[in-house]
Ligand binder design. Structure first.
Ligand code: PRP
Ligand code: MN
Ligand code: MG
Length: 178
């Protein structure tokens, strides 16, 4: 599997250092607020798992699984919920945990939905941000790394459902998706 990788963009060591930094900042932000961290499946899973282990405050976790409507090339910003939360979010401080923000469609939808559900606050932490992909004006509250306009895999990000288990962020060899 590792043979399919052309180059490593962000190393495992750099990711883990960043996770510790973000955990510290989030501990300060959410101390005494018992936040609900919501992992967005499937890509958000590795970051979620690493992040919560480095946080030291009281917190709760839950997960949502969502997919975009329509075809891949046109993002409607409309999202279908495949798995909803098991937790009532009214009055809760919600923090979405994502692997990447690309068009912004997924998180714009989720943010609106959770405001409608009367969460006390709705914020976003993402390990990767790809601002060049943006179609909806939304930004994360905390970003690990900004990535260029390249197709990246690993640390939750897939190509045809593979490569999520790589501990680093890498670029695939072109022949893999030709
Ligand atoms: C990917 C990624 C983000 C979303 C970002 O998920 O994990 O959740 O797309 O794209 P956007 O900003 O354009 O909405 P995907 O829908 O591929 O599902 P997955 O996490 O199960 O791979
Ligand atoms: Mn995802
Ligand atoms: Mg995907």
């Amino acid at each position: 599997m590792k043979n399919d990788i052309e180059s490593i963009l962000i190393s495992e060591e750099d990711i883990q250092k960043k996770v510790v930094e973000l955990a510290k900042v989030l501990d300060e932000e959410y101390e005494g607020k018992n936040p609900l961290l919501v992992g967005v499946l499937k890509g958000g899973l590795p970051f979620m798992a690493d992040l919560i282990k480095k946080m030291e405050i009281y917190l709760e976790i839950d997960f949502m699984d969502v997919s975009s409507y329509g075809n891949d090339t046109v993002s409607s910003g409309e999202v279908k919920i495949l798995k909803d939360l098991d937790t009532n979010v009214e009055g809760r401080h919600v923090l979405f945990v994502e692997d990447i923000i690309d068009t912004g469609g997924t998180l714009a939808y989720l943010k609106d939905l959770f405001k409608y559900r009367k969460a006390a606050s709705v914020k976003i932490v993402t390990i990767l941000d790809k601002p060049s992909g943006r179609k909806i004006d939304i930004s994360a509250d905390w970003v690990g790394f900004t990535v260029p306009h390249k197709f990246v895999v690993g640390y939750g990000l897939d190509y045809a459902e593979n490569y999520r288990n790589l501990p680093f962020i890498g670029v695939l060899k072109p022949e893999v998706y030709q």
